[in-house]
Design a protein around this ligand. Structure first.
Ligand SMILES: Nc1nc2c(ncn2[C@@H]2O[C@H](COP(=O)(O)OP(=O)(O)O)[C@@H](O)[C@H]2O)c(=O)[nH]1
Ligand SMILES: [Mg+2]
Length: 433
């Protein structure tokens, strides 16, 4: 028989109320034993929670009878006073009655096994619990609602439909094959491939919302990178000195732009150096630059011979120190500022905010948000590409590629390679989820 598990469902630490949840076959009998009452499903009961003669707390207790519960199993919630002493005692009693503490993600995993959730929704729960910005919350909620699942399901169905058409094609005696059938199948494969390709391209945006949009500040030593970092954060987070090479490691901070979460990185100035710590810092700066969603280059306006070769067209360019220099004449959009007098700073901030908002503003939710999804969608897209390759000259081969694309979707839902996928997904959950 399955173990009955328990865990704190609310946050750790002292609180007015804490919620402890049990799930599994013993839940209802243990609930009845501790409250001395028959618990009616989905009704809040105010009761003394006691074991033998020992009263532990006054609590609100709610029973859920499977399958009408989050996990699909019998489940009981105890809303007790949130003190360490109450929780400790209750945990001890549960343990004594043969219940065990849940593993990370075990509640959601049981919900998945009992068909209450699919894997994309279980991931959405983790995201919703972790959401800090408005956009993260909305994205997770759409996914929890099954938006992503419906989209994937319809793609998968489209592939199954294609497979059926190819089977018909294969079974047709050669002489009776209508020419249009082959053309029709090829058009359909191509259109599915295009949709998946668009989804993969769009997944970047989902990732940017979920993990935070990455802005990396780059430039030569002493240009004012750390000053810009501090200005954007409205805090003295990074050390600013006139000594070139002050910032030697990548410094990360989080900020909010409208509904979006942004990760801002200050980096070591890029220059030739023999100093090994600084050289490592520069290596890290370059690595960060490659992962950036937006790169902001800061140039010291007082140094006339700056090198713009590394600046890409999509990067932002900031000329700093206009208080003691003139804004230089270059043939691309620049933001002339003085980070000491704040000249031009408001316009710069507005430009950065405009850029982030334009890139992230949602045409439609949902977009795939996790690398796991992006990998599988890419795989399905590539299989369709391969299916198109021989133009149905060997239809069996095309069918095989499409079958593999279907497998990629099954893996997304956790229907295939189940254990492997589940271990990866649930290992990032915390206990009680
Ligand atoms: N005059 C002037 N000095 C600045 C300005 N911005 C930064 N600085 C100075 O330039 C030096 C280097 O700044 P810092 O932010 O540490 O540059 P980083 O090496 O690129 O991080 C410091 O002494 C700053 O006070 C500015 O707009 N005008
Ligand atoms: Mg610095």
């Amino acid at each position: 028989m399955k173990h009955t598990i328990f865990a704190l469902a609310s946050a750790q630490g002292r609180a007015g109320v804490s919620v402890i949840r049990t799930s599994g076959p013993q839940s209802l009998t243990v609930g009845a034993l501790l409250t001395g009452r028959t618990l009616r499903p989905r009704q809040a009961t105010y009761a003394a929670v006691a074991h033998g003669d020992e009263v532990i707390d006054q609590a609100i207790v709610i029973a859920f009878q499977g399958p009408n519960s989050f996990t699909g199993e019998d489940s009981v919630e105890y809303h007790v006073h949130g003190s360490a002493a109450v929780l400790d005692r209750l945990y001890g009693i549960f343990g004594g009655l043969g219940l065990r503490l849940a593993e990370p993600g075990e509640f959601s995993r049981r919900a998945l096994e009992n068909g209450k959730l699919d894997l994309t929704q279980a991931e959405a729960i983790a995201d919703l619990v972790d959401a800090e910005s408005e956009a993260q919350r909305r994205q997770a909620l759409t996914q929890l609602d099954g938006g992503l699942k419906r989209q994937y399901e319809s793609w998968r169905q489209g592939l199954i439909d294609l497979l059926a058409r190819i089977e018909v094609y294969i079974d047709f005696p050669d002489e009776d094959l209508p020419d249009s059938l082959q053309a029709d199948i090829l058009t359909r494969i191509a259109s599915q491939r295009d949709e998946l390709a668009a989804a993969v391209a769009d997944a970047r945006r989902g990732r940017q919302v979920r993990e935070g949009y990455r802005i990396v500040i780059l430039g030569e030593p002493n240009a004012g990178k750390s000053s810009l970092f501090n200005t954007l954060l409205k805090a003295e987070a990074a050390i600013v000195t006139p000594i070139a090479g002050t910032t030697r490691d990548v410094i990360e901070a989080q900020l909010r732009i409208g509904p979006y979460s942004v990760l801002l990185y200050d980096t070591a100035g890029l220059r030739e150096t023999d100093e090994i710590v600084e050289a490592e810092g520069i290596r890290r700066a370059r690595r960060k630059a490659e992962e950036a969603d937006l790169r902001i280059w800061v140039v010291d306006g007082t140094c006339p011979d700056f090198d713009l070769r590394e600046v890409r067209p999509e990067d932002m360019l900031v000329f700093n120190k206009v208080d003691i220099s003139r804004a230089p004449d270059v043939s691309r959009e620049t933001h002339a500022v003085s980070l000491t007098t704040s000249h031009g700073v408001d316009d710069l901030i507005a430009a950065i905010e405009g850029r982030v908002t334009a890139e992230l503003s949602m045409r439609t939710f949902p977009a795939a948000t996790r690398q796991r999804h992006i990998d599988r969608l890419t795989e399905a897209r590539d299989e369709l590409e391969a299916a198109l390759f021989n133009r149905m000259r060997v239809p069996e081969l095309a069918a095989e590629h499409i079958r593999r694309a279907v497998n990629a979707f099954d893996a997304l839902f956790g229907r295939y390679d189940v254990e492997g996928v589940l271990d990866v997904v649930f290992s990032t959950f915390c206990i009680g989820k």
